[in-house]
Design a protein around this ligand. Structure first.
Ligand code: COA
Length: 103
């Protein structure tokens, strides 16, 4: 969690070996709308990657096709789109698979 003066302004969830019982997986990351664009998302992402790097050499995550700001955010921080899962979570929505090698 990220907090500012005791108020939670962001969070990240990460699962060791959560992808194919091998690679790190980040299922959730979010920053309060009032606090976006201040580097909090990057700090959370780096914290998750640091934690996951102890058990895996790479990380996977999913991003919905409509979430172009998040796609740009991950691409800027070294993630590559490596696949797509049509209708995986929501009908009519494709989840893009993003991957980053940590080592
Ligand atoms: C995606 C998300 C986690 C990013 O969090 P964030 O705190 O806004 O991320 P950052 O501030 O580190 O970076 C966002 C942008 O702000 C800019 N930025 C970073 N630090 C900055 C600073 N100190 N001053 C000004 N701009 C800054 C960056 O250029 C960055 O641009 P980019 O998105 O094109 O890379 C956030 O937008 C979010 O919660 N989105 C909704 C939930 C979501 O989509 N989660 C991901 C689902 S897979």
């Amino acid at each position: 969690m990220a907090d500012e003066a005791g108020e939670v302004v962001g969070f990240v969830m990460c699962v060791e070996r959560g992808a194919w019982a091998r690679s790190g997986y980040i299922p959730l990351i979010g920053v309060a709308p009032t606090h976006k664009g201040k580097g909090i998302g990057l700090a959370l992402l780096q914290r998750a990657e640091s934690f996951l790097s102890h058990s895996s050499s790479d990380v996977f995550l999913l991003v919905s096709d409509f979430n172009t700001p998040a796609q740009r955010f991950y691409e800027r921080h070294g993630y590559t789109r490596v696949g797509a899962l049509p209708d995986y979570i929501l009908p009519g929505v494709t989840e893009y698979i993003y991957w980053k090698r940590l080592k």
